[in-house]
Design a protein. Structure first.
Length: 298
């Protein structure tokens, strides 16, 4: 009888110790996760035509081993469950694979099993395969991938050894209707509408939040009127927008303004009354911004 009581007490002590151990292990894992993970996912910008961008992610599975990511047989990093990484490679053919627990042979270095052609200017969303025996990443459509990425976080402390990985050269295109920015036929600072000022403030804040290397402000006019007038109008509007962005704190010295006149229409409007042509040509009256930057997440 005494033995039975002792046994029960002993089991209770064992369970208590086990519970503490599990609790400590969970706390350690949570602490580790906090140290290796950074910010939540936010949509990535487009990249230049010479590069391909890769968003490589791993769902919140129950694994404890890292998924080693290899680019052309060289280690880019190791993704833990719930993490993602973003990197760029030159456009062209590459081997991109992930192996869970391939130590000590490191199969991804020795014998890559698959390769693919990555098109320039495109972003690819690749998911670590759930099957640990598979090394070929699952290609996901952007919409589907970004739904999963909402619950994931950027993995920090990624030690990139892949020589093919380069800093991403981002490229963002914005187009603003001149009819929204300016009163019709006008181009000066005092001619900017209230909506135009609000739009430019938003754009300035977005630019300042990025690692911007250059900003081109391109003015465009419709083909109504003389070529000389349209050229002057497009240049004046571009210069005004540039000045406003500088006033709002866009401090890059690489910002430049250029007028394209009516040489690059986005719609063709032939025939009809003058009012019909004015309305039809609204998309041609615009200010385009081409924002180039550099980002290195690895």
């Amino acid at each position: 009888m005494e033995y039975a009581i002792y046994s029960a007490t002993h089991r209770a002590v064992q369970l208590s110790i086990l519970s503490v151990a599990i609790s400590c292990s969970a706390s350690a894992l949570a602490s580790q996760n906090e140290s290796i993970f950074g910010a939540a996912y936010h949509p990535v910008e487009s990249v230049v035509a010479e590069q391909s961008q890769v968003v490589f992610f791993r769902g919140a599975d129950q694994g404890t081993q890292g998924a080693n990511v290899y680019v052309d047989r060289e280690l880019q990093g190791a993704l833990m469950p719930g993490g993602y990484t973003v990197f760029c490679i030159p456009a062209g053919e590459h081997s991109l694979e992930s192996y869970i627990g391939d130590e000590p042979l490191y199969e991804g270095k020795l014998n890559p099993r698959a390769s693919a052609v990555f098109e320039g200017g495109k972003t690819y969303f690749l998911e670590v395969p759930v099957n640990p025996k598979s090394s070929t990443p699952v290609v996901q459509a952007r919409q589907s991938a970004e739904r999963q990425l909402q619950d994931l976080r950027m993995q920090r402390h990624v030690i990139n050894r892949a020589s093919a990985v380069v800093p991403c050269q981002t490229e963002t295109h914005l187009s603003l209707r001149s009819d929204v920015l300016f009163h019709f036929g006008k181009s000066g600072y005092s001619d900017i509408t209230d909506v135009g000022h609000a739009e430019l403030r938003k754009i300035a804040e977005a630019i300042k939040s990025q690692h911007v290397e250059s900003v081109e402000v391109g003015g465009h006019a419709d083909p109504i009127g003389s070529a000389q007038f349209n050229q002057r109008l497009s240049e004046a509007r571009a210069q005004t927008v540039k000045s406003v962005l500088l006033q709002l704190g866009v401090g890059t010295e690489a910002i430049r303004a250029v007028g394209y006149g009516s040489s690059e229409p986005v719609v063709q409007c032939d025939g009809g009354s003058r009012n019909d042509r004015i309305n039809c040509n609204a998309p041609n009256r615009r200010v385009d911004l081409l924002i180039r930057g550099k980002r290195s997440d690895t």
